[in-house]
Design a protein around this ligand. Structure first.
Ligand SMILES: [Zn+2]
Length: 264
């Protein structure tokens, strides 16, 4: 049994008819998808520290042979933590390790949207932290590091993005519709369906909103799903398993991670 804090209301009282509603949403999204085809990827954020929830998440994906992106906070990662994470993941090519900020710290004024790589800092400072994170992950993870950047809170400014290609980043992952546009040569793999940081107070409305995100993602041909393992309880683990199991049998659907998407 996993015990977590900050569990969204939907996972504290998930409506009983969620399997039927999920099934309906998957079919609806695929009907609208271009050529009936869509790619699904999962991105787990705030990775670096081993623990029960992290292990349970990896096991869930491994048991289903489903790929998973892991967005790692460089300043939180140590050699011994990496050894432990890698032990959990084994030599599995299902798991794709990428960069999540530098130390996941907000620099904006109180009340403003949180950013580690926003206008509150100089272009030089942002570039240095991007580079520091990149080098640290390269050094600790070696060939396991895939150079895709996820900004903390899914937001960063154009100065930060302009610095990324020269450092070696090959892609970025934010939320759908996040501005400003990424520069040329930095493909964007946005997430759309947020499972664990939902704020709706009413579980029923929350499920509707979340399934709408799923429909929109599939209809666009690419569904990115954002996970936060520290905020999962048993109900959200069961739902994640159901989500993968319900997506899997559809012919038009394929699972990918950033490594696969960059190779296309
Ligand atoms: Zn984060």
């Amino acid at each position: 049994m996993i015990v977590s804090n900050n569990v969204s209301p939907i996972w504290q009282a998930l409506p009983d008819d969620h399997p039927q509603r999920l099934d309906h949403a998957v079919r609806q999204g695929l009907e609208k998808a271009p050529g009936g085809k869509a790619t699904v990827f999962f991105r787990a954020d705030d990775v670096a520290v081993p623990g029960n929830a992290f292990s349970a998440m990896l096991a869930l994906f491994r048991e289903r042979s489903a790929p998973l992106n892991l967005a790692v906070v460089p300043a939180w990662l140590t050699q011994s933590r990496w050894t432990a994470l890698k032990r959990e993941a084994a030599a599995d090519s299902l798991f794709c390790w990428s960069q999540h900020g530098w130390r996941h710290m907000n620099f904006e004024a109180p009340g403003a949207k949180k950013r580690e790589f926003g206008q509150a800092r100089s272009a030089r400072d942002k570039r240095q932290d991007l580079l520091k994170g990149f080098k640290r992950l390269e050094e600790i993870m070696g060939a396991d590091f895939t150079p895709v950047f996820t900004p903390p809170w899914n937001r960063c400014d154009s100065e930060a993005m302009a610095a990324m290609p020269a450092i070696g980043f090959k892609g970025i992952s934010r939320t759908v519709g996040a501005g400003p546009d990424a520069p040329k040569g930095l493909p964007d793999f946005p997430v759309r369906m947020d499972l664990h940081t939902r704020k709706e107070q009413d579980p029923d409305a929350s499920l509707d909103a979340m399934l709408q995100e799923l429909v929109q993602g599939l209809a666009s041909g690419q569904l990115g799903v954002m996970l936060h393992h520290q905020r999962m309880n048993q109900t959200s683990f069961d739902f994640l398993a159901l989500l993968i199991d319900q997506l899997r049998p559809h012919q038009g659907l394929s699972f990918a991670h950033f490594g696969h998407l960059l190779a296309r």
